[in-house]
Structures are given as structure tokens and as C-alpha cells.
Design a protein around this ligand. Structure first.
Ligand code: BES
Ligand code: MN
Ligand code: ZN
Length: 507
């Protein structure tokens, strides 16, 4: 699916030949003298359409309008959030229409927020998983025109929104794959594919190399599986090599059975989504490849299966992490922290400006925050505030949780430096406290996405979160960067982006 941003007023839109027009009607809608305006004005006046976000009215072959269908969509105050709601509802109402060309007319006073939201919502609502269906159906939408009064004002926001949307889609595609396909090996191949398409560095290590580095904690999780573990290192250089990079670390458990501390059977299939953090790092790198921000960014993905077996790690086993700290594994189902801690220690070698890990880490976080906000933990207030703000802008929000020292007491072990679990109380926090012991050398943030990475029930599937948040954070960081990229770097980046764009189109 392709997006374009076009200057258009409603009289121009009325004569535009496309399958459907979504006309956003905000509280302050001012009709012109064209057919679309009059349709909307009548509908509002006669109370067939409320301007509340989510309210819809469809018209078919209306006179004076070239498009086959018109969806009038209430857009409330026209804010990003309301536009998002309106567009999701409108696209859902067109699901069976098989529309190929769609035009979305934003309110006359739409800002960057509205443009961003329209792109994000369209991509989100029109996504259909087809990878393992015998008949791929439902992916008819090809071209989406976003019509605004003055495109020049929104060009940057529009381009960034497209990059983010492609990153989110990439994360959803990878995370939705079944666990017999989305293996650690496959995640490594996906990373390599991105690196090749967008011209960044990527190294994928196997069990021998991981052992040689000394990641004893990570490897202990992989022991019960026939699938070999992988450690993925992606390096994007958008600024001078001397600039400290931002490091993203994603939990890549491609299936979490719980191991010897096995999980109950009900809904265990959903534990294929336990690589949602890894998928979000891959998705962020896809967006980074497209947007080419003037920053250095490293992506680290420890990935393996967590399975029970004769060789699997057992409760009571003690392992030595890369940091040298020893861990008593009291519950093999608390495996995410065991793979992440070694990746966090590995991150030290990049002398990062900050490290953000992203993980479907605890059921306790789902209990605390549900599916609306991701849990945010941070040792640095500026980093926390940046991530919170980016989440609000991208409509991919998070909520800061505490890291008081006292929460760490639960991790005490009589036999090792720490246990890998606390009690039930404050489970999301004790998990974060565990990770914090490996994040002492840099500003660190941890996003627990256990509640936000996927949806259950009839809408079961990956959400692609928090790619939107991460990409917005990176954009904000690049915009605030005090130093411009070295000329040569910028030129190389432009070249890579152009090459990548051509390749992406050919896909
Ligand atoms: N991947 C799970 C966390 C999870 C559970 C995410 C349910 C989404 C829904 C993680 O590896 C896990 O099993 N955590 C345990 C930790 C416990 C043993 C301390 C949990 O949350 O139950
Ligand atoms: Mn687990
Ligand atoms: Zn897990």
C-alpha cells in the first residue's frame, strides 16, 4: 500500500475518481459550496451524523461526487487521537468494499498530529495477515491519498509517519508468523534482509559464538530447545562514528512454553508473541532504514525458544551471566530477564548514550496496565520523559512505574547473587529490578509490553507496538541532536535511503 499527500479542497475531492472518500467532519466543520460539503452539512444538520469521533454515515453513488462511496466520519475536535479513532472506524466500515483507491480528506485546520494519525490509522486498520493462508484475501487497498489544505506544511510529518507505519507493519508480520516459522534462525534472516535493503551492518551469532562471549544466562534458556539460539547485532550509522549510539534491546523468545516450570495449556499458542520485543526492534530498524535519522543506533536481539527437555535448565540451577553475577533459576518461566541481562551487559561495549529494552516480560504488567499503556521503567528522568512524550505523540502510550530499592529485596538468593524471581507481589517491578542490576553503566529504560504487543480473542494478532513510540522517540532525539551529521555520513545515508526505497518498491 502506498500513501501520497495532496493539496485538495472539497470541491476538488468531489471530482476525484477513486473507490472511496473518507471525509472527516470535525466539530468545527465549515461547509463550502461543493457536493461533498453539502452532503456532510445536511447529514449534520439533520442529525444523521454526529461529529463525535467514531460516528459514521456511508453514501453510495452520490450525485456530484465521482467516488463510488463516501464515508462521513465524525472527527471530534480534530486532534490526532480523534482522527485516529475516526479513520480506524471508517476503514473498518469499508472492509468488504474491496476499495483499491481511497482518499482521506482531513479537516481544513488539520495539524501534523492529524496527518500522522491518518497514516497510522489507515495502515493499522487495513492490515490483513495472509502469510500462511492458502488464499491471500483482503489486501485490496493500494493507494491512499491524504488530502490537506497545504501539503508543504506536513511533508516531514507525513514521510516520518509512512516510515513508522512500514516499521509497525513489518513488526506485525514477523510477530504474527507461527513459531515453527518465526524461529531464532528466521529472526536472524529478517535482520540480515533489512540490513541488506537499507545498508546497515548486521551480525548474527550462533550458540558457539554466544558461549564464547560468555552469555551463560542467555544460553541456559536455550538449552531445552532443538532450535539453535541466535544473537543479532544491528548497527545503523547516521552520525559521525564518535557519536554515542542509542541501543535498543528486544526480547526474542520465539516460543515460551515456560520450560520445566511449564505454563498451563490454555492460550499457550499466544506465547509465539513472546518475541514481540524483538519484532519491535526489527520494525524500528525498518523505519530507521527508511527515515535515515542523523543518529547512531544499535539493535540487539537475544533470541531462542524456552522449552522443557531432558537437557533443559531446571529450577535450582545456577548460571553465570556475562556480567559475572550468578543467578539461581527458581522459575524457568522467568526466562525473558535471563536472556535480556546478558544483552544489556553486551550493550556496554557500545558506550551507549542510552539503552532501551523492550520485552513481553511479565503477566503482572498486564494485570497492572492492561492493553492500553506499556509499562515504562527508567533510571534516567530525561530518558523517561522523552519516551513518555513520544508515546503520547505516536498514540502508543506508556506509563512510568517505580524502581524503589526495596522492590529489589525480593530477588535475594541463599545460593547465588540473585534469584530470577521475586514473589507475586509487584511482579513487573521485581522483573525490572532484576534487569536494572545489569544496566548500571548507562541511562536505561525498560518497556514491558506484555499487555500491548498483541491482542487476544477474535482480534488475535500482533499490534506492532511499541514501534510507533520508538520511532517517534528517535525522531525527537534526532531533531534535538546538537551536532549535524558529518557531510560524508549524510551523503552516504541519502544514497542508502534512495537505494532502499527502490528495493522496497520492487518487493
Ligand atoms: N512471556 C511471559 C510473560 C507474559 C505472560 C506475557 C502472559 C504476556 C502474557 C514471561 O516469560 C513469563 O512467563 N513471566 C512470568 C514470570 C513469573 C514466573 C515470575 C509471569 O509473568 O508469569
Ligand atoms: Mn516465561
Ligand atoms: Zn516469556
Amino acid at each position: 500500500m502506498d500513501f501520497e499527500l495532496k493539496p485538495l479542497n472539497l470541491s476538488g475531492a468531489a471530482s476525484e475518481k477513486c473507490d472511496a472518500i473518507v471525509l472527516l467532519v470535525s466539530d468545527t466543520f465549515k461547509p463550502g459550496k461543493d457536493a461533498l460539503s453539502s452532503l456532510a452539512a445536511h447529514a449534520v444538520k439533520e442529525k444523521h451524523l454526529e461529529t463525535k469521533a467514531g460516528k459514521l454515515l456511508q453514501a453510495y453513488r452520490s450525485s456530484g461526487i465521482a467516488a463510488t462511496r463516501v464515508v462521513l466520519a465524525g472527527a471530534g475536535d480534530g486532534s490526532g487521537k480523534k482522527v485516529h479513532q475516526a479513520v480506524v472506524a471508517a476503514i473498518a466500515s469499508l472492509r468488504t468494499s474491496k476499495a483499491r483507491r481511497l482518499m482521506i480528506c482531513l479537516p481544513a485546520d488539520a495539524g501534523d498530529d492529524a496527518v500522522r494519525a491518518a497514516v497510522a490509522a489507515t495502515a493499522e486498520a487495513s492490515y490483513v495477515y495472509v502469510m500462511t493462508k492458502s488464499k491471500p484475501e483482503g489486501r485490496e487497498l493500494q493507494m491512499v491519498t491524504i488530502a490537506v489544505a497545504d501539503p508543504k506544511l506536513h511533508q516531514d510529518a507525513f514521510e516520518a509517519a509512512k516510515g513508522a507505519a512500514n516499521g509497525i507493519e513489518f513488526a506485525r508480520e514477523v510477530a504474527n508468523l507461527p513459531p515453527n516459522i518465526a524461529t531464532p534462525t528466521r529472526l536472524g534472516q529478517e535482520a540480515k534482509g533489512l540490513a541488506k535493503a537499507y545498508g546497515f551492518q548486521c551480525e548474527v551469532m550462533g550458540p558457539k559464538e554466544i558461549a564464547k562471549i560468555g552469555m551463560g544466562s542467555f544460553l541456559s534458556v536455550a538449552k531445552g530447545s532443538e532450535e539453535p539460539a541466535r544473537f543479532i547485532v544491528m548497527q545503523y550509522q547516521g552520525a559521525a562514528a564518535s557519536e554515542a549510539p542509542l541501543v535498543l534491546v528486544g526480547k526474542g523468545i520465539t516460543f515460551d512454553s515456560g520450560g520445566i516450570s511449564i505454563k498451563p495449556s490454555a492460550d499457550m499458542d499466544e506465547m509465539k508473541f513472546d518475541m514481540g520485543g524483538a519484532a519491535s526492534v526489527l520494525g524500528a530498524f525498518r523505519a530507521i532504514g527508511e527515515i535515515q535519522p542523523a543518529l547512531n543506533i544499535v539493535g540487539l536481539i537475544p533470541t531462542c525458544e524456552n522449552m522443557p527437555d531432558g537437557r533443559a535448565v531446571k529450577p535450582g540451577d545456577i548460571v553465570t551471566s556475562l556480567s559475572g553475577q550468578t543467578i539461581e533459576i527458581l522459575n524457568t518461566d522467568a526466562e525473558g530477564r535471563l536472556i535480556l541481562c546478558d544483552a544489556l551487559t553486551y550493550a556496554e561495549r557500545f558506550k551507549p548514550s542510552a539503552v532501551i529494552d523492550i520485552a513481553t516480560l511479565t503477566g503482572a504488567c498486564v494485570v497492572a496496565l492492561g492493553g492500553v499503556r506499556s509499562g515504562l521503567f527508567a533510571t534516567d528522568d530525561k530518558l523517561a520523559q522523552g519516551l513518555q512524550a513520544a508515546g503520547e505523540t505516536a498514540l502508543d502510550p506508556c506509563w512510568r512505574m517505580p524502581l524503589d530499592e526495596e522492590y529489589g529485596d525480593a530477588l535475594k538468593s541463599n545460593f547465588a547473587d540473585m534469584g530470577n524471581v521475586g514473589g507475586r507481589a509487584g511482579g513487573a517491578i521485581t522483573a525490572a529490578k532484576f534487569l536494572q542490576r545489569y544496566a548500571t553503566k548507562f541511562p536505561w529504560a525498560h518497556l514491558d509490553i506484555a499487555g500491548t504487543a498483541w491482542k487476544s480473542g477474535a482480534a488475535k494478532g500482533s499490534t506492532g507496538r511499541p514501534v510507533g513510540l520508538l520511532v517517534q522517540y528517535i525522531l525527537d532525539l534526532a531533531a534535538a541532536a546538537p551536532v549535524a551529521p558529518a557531510g560524508a555520513v549524510k551523503k552516504a545515508a541519502k544514497k542508502a535511503a534512495k537505494k532502499a526505497a527502490t528495493k522496497a518498491k520492487a518487493r
